[in-house]
Write a protein that binds this ligand. Sequence first.
Ligand code: SAM
Ligand code: MD0
Ligand code: SF4
Length: 352
Amino acid sequence: MTRVLGRLQNGHPAGKAEIKYLLGLSAPEEIDLLFEAARYVRTRYFGNKIFLYGFLYFSTHCRNNCNFCQYRQSNKTIPRYRKTEIEILTAAREMTATGAHLIDLTMGEDPELYSSREFGFKRLIDMVKTVQNETGLPVMISPGTLPDNVLVKLAEAGVIWYACYQETHNKTLYRQLRPGQEFETRMAKKQLAKKLGMLIEEGILTGVGETLDDLADSILWMRDFSVDQARVMTFVPQDGTPMAEKIAQDSLKEQMIISVMRLVLPDRLIPASLDVDGLDGLKARLDAGANVVTSIVPPEKGLAGVAHNSLDIEESRRTLVHILPILRTCGVKPGTSEEYLAWAVNRQQEAT
Ligand code: SAM
Ligand code: MD0
Ligand code: SF4
């Protein structure tokens, strides 16, 4: 245990067997050592600075049928919305005013945009440009598998980040999670966005029947692709979906995966999502080595989360006032916007 952690802490590349060994730990004292090692590495690369992402789910309509997701097309039990440009801007401005370092513009593969092709995507591109101009903040887009020419236009518009999560790198499990969506298509979109100079966020789910071998393969894939941000989220069962009855996994495995990601990808951004366990789950994720708080959502805007439609949002618990005291108890604090941009620009330059 100490030998493996020591090797990784000192920058030796992890082998698959070591990754699986760490992910499989079960003794609480050993798991604590893993978390401690991850915090040590985070401090070495990022000091005590944490970044904050505003999350703006602007359309919850979707043409796909992911089996884990409440927004899947066949789910008729949920209300959906499509925010107007004014509503999007108002929320984006509020996020900027309350200290977000980035705005994550997320949508389902909204049929209205995807089927009206040129016209629908032109509106999307214009909206993204307006958000960037009006807020002055960098933007991440999480729009699904956009046509190549639209990705090109967004990169030209200066969008820094493209998020498109594979969920797993096991093709059999992928087909069960994202039926009807080609594994290779999702991969190719990330490849293109990277070629266009965008930073890439990859994400996996845990608690969906994956093995330790699958998790290790995903982490190694992230290293080989050189992703810029690496995410893991625990699957939250959703009513009205085929996976509604699956037993929910607690968050310990997610924390351990965060720590192993930190050891394998020491200088990358790793989110602690407020979307899985809300504010109550933030400390554990930061203590596991995460360095970005994601899914900060302003209240009173009727905005939704992904894994939880409403958890902590309207109670204003996904806001900076509530997050700051938790950062303090973890011995970290928000970085500045300049520090965030410097990190991103440096990362983009390294890639070219
Ligand atoms: N529609 C776009 C797409 O699928 O790429 C953008 C939305 S994407 C950011 C939504 C992500 O949230 C999924 O890729 C998945 O990782 C996560 N997610 C969705 N449903 C979830 C659930 N029930 N539990 C945990 N995570 C979930
Ligand atoms: C989050 N609900 O940060 C968001 C989402 C999309 N790029 C991110 C999964 O937890
Ligand atoms: Fe649609 Fe994305 Fe949900 Fe899949 S994960 S159903 S693509 S919103």
